[in-house]
Design a protein around this ligand. Structure first.
Ligand code: DNO
Length: 405
C-alpha cells in the first residue's frame, strides 16, 4: 500500500510539514475552491502540485499529489437535467488536464445531494477522545421534527420513531439547531448558511428519480467518461454511499457489493473502479469486507481504511467511528486481502500494483481537541491510525501464516 494523507489545500490547518512527520508517502487532494462543474485548469492543478511538492523556502518536500479526491460530479449530471452534457464535456476536460499533469487516480461519488452524513461531530468516548457518530434516533429527529419532510414517517422503523419522539421532547431549540448544523455539514460545499429550505429544494429535485433511473444516469455518465479515462491512462474509482443506506428519501445506489457489481460489470474496464472504504461499507452488517477485496480487488484503485462500531446489525443502525483497529471490520484480514491483491498484480506485471491507501478519519485525541481541523481529519488521530495500519502491513509482510498462500 502507498501510505497517503488527505490534504484540503492551503486552508487545511494540518499542514504539509505536519504530514511529513506522520511519515506519509503521498498526498490526496482536490481543488475544493473550484465550484462543482467548473473546469480544473492546468494552472490551478500545477499550483496545487507545487504547494505539495515544495516547502515555503522552495526546497523539496519529497512527496507529490497522487490521488484526486474528489473530482465532483454535478447534481445536473446525476439527474440529467440542465446543462449536464456540458458538465460531462467539462469533466472530461478536467480529466485531461489532470492526466497531463501526471495524475492517474480520480475518486468521486454518485450520491445525490449528500456526501457524508453524521449527527455528532465530537461524540465523547470513555477515554476522553471524541469521534464522529451517526445516531439514527437523532437523524430521525432531524428528518421528522426539524426538516419535517413529507414521508419521513415511512422511512424509519416504529421503534426509532418512538425513541425520536421521546428524545425530541427533551431537546432545546439550540440542541436541535446544532443537530441540523452537524447533518448539513456533510452537504458538499455547505456552509452554515445552507438553509433548511435549500435542503428541501435539493431533495425535491429528486422526486420521481428512482434508483433504477439514477443507476441508468450513472451508467450513461460512465459510458462517456470511462473511454476518455482509458485513453488518458486514468483510473476512476467511485466512493461508496456514506452511510450505505437510504436517507431523506433520496435514491442511493452505491451501498453494497451488488451495487458495485452492477456498475463495474456495466462498463468492464480497469478505468472504471472502486474506492474501497471500510468505514462506509462497514456501516452495514451484510457487506463482507475482506470478501469484496477477494472478488473485486482488481478494480480497487484507492483504499480508505477506518473502522466503525455499529450499535446493532439492523440496516440503518447507529454507528460511531472507532479506533482504526477496533470496530466492525477486521482490519488485519482486510490488509491481508489487500496485500494478496497487490502480490497478484505484481505477478501479472501491473504497473499499478501498489494501491494508494489513506488512514480515513481519526478520533480527536490529545492536541487535536484544541486545534480546529476538517471534521474527521485531525492531525494526531490520523497519525495514530496510519501508524497502526502501517504496523499491520509491516507485520504481515514478515509472517508466513499462509496468508499469502
Ligand atoms: C469523507 C470522505 C468523502 C469522500 C467523497 C468522495 O470524509 O470520505 O467526503 O471524499 O465522498 O467523493
Amino acid at each position: 500500500m502507498k501510505q497517503t494523507w488527505r490534504w484540503f489545500g492551503p486552508k487545511d490547518l494540518v499542514s504539509v510539514p505536519d504530514m511529513l512527520q506522520a511519515g506519509v508517502q503521498g498526498v490526496v487532494s482536490a481543488l475544493h475552491h473550484v465550484p462543482t462543474g467548473d473546469i480544473w485548469t492546468p494552472e490551478e492543478i500545477a499550483q496545487r502540485q507545487r504547494e505539495i511538492a515544495k516547502h515555503a523556502d522552495g526546497t523539496s518536500t519529497g512527496i507529490a499529489w497522487d490521488v484526486v479526491e474528489s473530482l465532483p460530479v454535478s447534481e445536473d449530471i446525476k439527474k440529467q437535467t440542465g446543462d449536464y452534457k456540458t458538465h460531462i464535456a467539462d469533466y472530461k476536460t478536467s480529466m485531461k488536464h489532470l492526466a497531463d499533469a501526471g495524475l492517474q487516480v480520480i475518486c468521486y461519488n454518485f450520491m445525490p445531494v449528500l456526501d457524508w452524513t453524521r449527527t455528532n461531530l465530537a461524540w465523547p468516548r470513555p477515554d476522553g477522545a471524541t469521534c464522529m457518530r451517526f445516531d439514527n434516533v437523532d437523524f430521525a429527529i432531524f428528518d421528522l421534527f426539524v426538516l419535517k419532510r413529507d414521508g419521513a414517517q415511512n422511512d424509519f422503523p416504529a421503534h426509532v420513531i418512538e425513541a425520536a419522539t421521546e428524545r425530541n421532547a427533551s431537546l432545546t431549540d439550540a440542541q436541535r439547531d446544532a443537530l441540523a448544523r452537524n447533518v448539513i455539514c456533510g452537504l458538499p460545499g455547505a456552509t452554515e448558511s445552507f438553509s433548511l429550505d435549500q435542503v428541501r429544494e435539493h431533495l425535491a429535485q429528486y422526486d420521481g428519480i428512482s434508483k433504477d433511473r439514477l443507476r441508468q444516469n450513472f451508467i450513461d455518465f460512465l459510458t462517456e467518461v470511462v473511454p476518455t479515462a482509458e485513453d488518458l491512462g486514468l483510473r476512476l474509482c467511485c466512493h461508496p454511499d456514506d452511510p450505505p443506506f437510504d436517507l431523506l428519501g433520496l435514491p442511493r445506489i452505491m451501498s453494497t457489493e451488488s451495487d458495485y457489481k452492477i456498475i463495474l460489470d456495466a462498463i468492464d474496464s480497469q478505468a472504471n473502479g472502486m474506492t474501497y472504504c471500510t468505514g462506509s461499507l462497514g456501516a452495514r452488517a451484510d457487506n463482507d469486507l475482506p470478501g469484496i477485496i477477494e472478488r473485486m480487488g482488481d478494480k480497487i484503485h484507492f483504499l480508505h481504511l477506518r473502522n466503525v462500531t455499529r450499535d446493532s446489525d439492523e440496516l440503518g443502525a447507529s454507528f460511531f467511528e472507532d479506533r482504526h483497529l477496533e470496530g466492525s471490520t477486521d482490519m488485519v484480514k482486510v490488509i491481508a486481502a489487500v496485500l494478496k491483491e497487490e502480490a497478484k498484480r505484481k505477478a501479472a506485471g501491473r504497473a499499478d500494483w501498489q494501491i494508494p491507501m489513506r488512514p480515513d478519519h481519526g478520533q480527536d485525541i490529545l492536541f487535536d481537541q484544541g486545534r480546529p481541523a476538517q471534521p474527521g481529519y485531525p492531525a494526531i488521530g490520523r497519525l495514530k491510525g496510519l501508524a497502526e495500519l502501517r504496523g499491520i502491513e509491516a507485520a504481515l509482510a514478515h509472517t508466513d501464516h499462509g496468508l499469502f498462500a
